[in-house]
Design a protein around this ligand. Structure first.
Ligand code: NAP
Length: 288
């Protein structure tokens, strides 16, 4: 990592409520590195010029995160991809080398897996039901399919069935997605016998959002993972808790994808003390 006035940041649109600056700036402060993390809310038309500037020798930007809606669009600007990013064709992290070469990574799926490992949840032979087939689901499903200890089944439902089918056929080009299946309704997800239910839709972010899943289907032997972290407890998580299920919100995934991104930029392993500062900053940011 460069240690003089280096800039890191997040590109996407819109970016109003991002917690990433808190987490990464906490790490810079903890490491005593003179760098900062900024938000770059960019409209589509601004991307070409932004990436052209990024390649210039005098640019002070050395690392980026990428969020909605650009995780796939920015592939055209990078010089190379990690083997995993190559497989899923979406990136959320860019490392910019000293000679201004751009290398793309994806830490969303690995971040999700790291959080589940922290929760001591093994995927081996598990029955997974995932609602939503957008960018987050793509990262999660691909990392599940690439695990040596794979789930037994992954049932995917999205209101846009073609989107879910496209997701699987895209991944099928580069990995074995045999355990995954697109289903036509929530009823076909077999939630009543699932070990892990994942909400990968934005349903639950708004106060008056309905419960995504019929509460009758949720049971005490499952884990319910909601990718949403604000609010910390969605209606779905509240119901799951009442039913005795293990629950988790998406703050852990956000944290781990950030740690992994930072480690790519810095080319170091962060020690536990720095990771704790990053996590505390996220938790504080949510409650403030
Ligand atoms: P996205 O690309 O918009 O995908 C969401 C998908 O869910 C869309 O295809 C959407 O269809 C579908 N959907 C909406 N309502 C549905 C319903 N009732 N039943 C079934 N499918 C439904 O979003 P994303 O980027 O994947 O993000 C999904 C969620 O994960 C968001 O809440 C986001 O904030 C969260 N997230 C969290 C993290 C983390 O680190 N914790 C990381 C990434 C994303 P339509 O487009 O037709 O509505």
């Amino acid at each position: 990592m460069e240690n003089e006035k280096s800039v890191y940041g997040l590109i996407g649109y819109p970016l109003s409520h991002s917690l990433s600056p808190l987490m990464h700036n906490a790490a810079f402060a903890g490491l005593d590195v003179d760098a900062c993390y900024k938000l770059f809310p960019l409209e589509k038309e601004e991307l070409d010029a932004f990436f052209e500037d990024l390649k210039k020798e005098d640019s002070t930007i050395f690392g980026l995160n990428v969020t909605v809606p650009y995780k796939e669009r920015v592939l055209q600007y990078v010089d190379s991809l990690s083997p995993y990013a190559q497989k899923i064709k979406a990136i959320n992290t860019i490392v910019i080398t000293k000679d201004r070469k751009l290398v793309g990574f994806n830490t969303d799926g690995p971040g999700f897996l790291a959080h589940l490992a922290e929760l001591d949840f093994s995927m081996e032979n598990k029955r997974v039901a995932i609602v939503g087939a957008g960018g987050a689901a793509r990262a999660i499903i691909s990392s599940l399919c690439l695990l040596p200890e794979r789930p037994q089944t992954i049932r995917i439902f999205d209101i846009d069935r073609d989107r879910a089918r496209r997701l699987l056929s895209d991944l099928d080009e580069n990995m074995d997605v045999g355990v995954a299946e697109v289903v036509k309704s929530i009823d076909d997800m077999n939630i009543e016998i699932a070990d892990l239910l994942i909400n990968a839709t934005p349903i639950g972010m708004k106060k008056d959002d309905p419960c995504l899943i019929d509460p009758e289907l949720i049971h005490g032997n499952m884990m319910v993972y909601d990718l949403i972290y604000n609010p910390a407890q969605t209606f779905l998580l509240q119901v799951a808790k009442e039913k005795g299920a293990q629950t988790a919100n998406g703050l852990g995934m956000l944290f781990y994808q950030g740690v992994l991104a930072f480690q790519h930029w810095a080319d170091i392993q962060l020690d536990q003390g720095i990771k704790d500062k990053m996590r505390e900053s996220l938790e504080k940011g949510l409650t403030s």
